[in-house]
Ligand binder design. Sequence first.
Ligand code: HEC
Length: 175
Amino acid sequence: MSYERDGVQYFAFQTGWSGFNSEPVAADAPPPYLNDGRLIVLRLGGAKVPVAPRAQRSPFLAIDLPQEPKLVAKGASAYLTHCAICHGHLGEQTLVPDLRRMSSTTYDNFNAIVLGGVLKSAGMASFSDILQASDAEAIRAFIVDWAQRARRDDPSASKMPVIPAGTETPRLPGH
Ligand code: HEC
């Protein structure tokens, strides 16, 4: 938007998340800068616009134990249905944490977060009305497997998971 104040012309626009994003983020080449929403206001002779800070990414979750493929498939299906819209489909960087990079403490507290709602005031609601403990366990197994593939640079880690036919997906009651 453009406006004038005390005879000075300003041009203001939003950028980053919740602003204008011209391209989807490439999962295998995440941008080096944080993309938090910012309001940039320009005027003739104004100050330099600061460059967005460089992204600091936590390492991938380091659990080596292979996960059971059926559980991983069920978890992938549930993840795509209930979690990917905020946490990302391909491991792309969003404002919401990349779950492949969760800490071992978050791993241990997974059910308290996903079913118990301990982070609800930060925007992570409880899914206990939709998911059982066995569903949360499957999602966690999928995320562990996904982090393992990402750690060994397996190209499947930045593609949509293939869900075998007949895999059960927990859905909203009545859907
Ligand atoms: C409406 C958006 C939304 C959806 C859908 C969502 N989450 Fe979240 N989730 C968040 C936000 C926001 C946070 C960050 C909370 C914070 O800052 O502590 C979060 C945090 C988390 C964390 C903690 C991550 C960490 O490293 O600290 C876990 C685990 C998690 N979510 C699991 C899930 C799972 C599993 C699902 C699907 C069943 C899911 N989330 C669906 C928004 C969402």
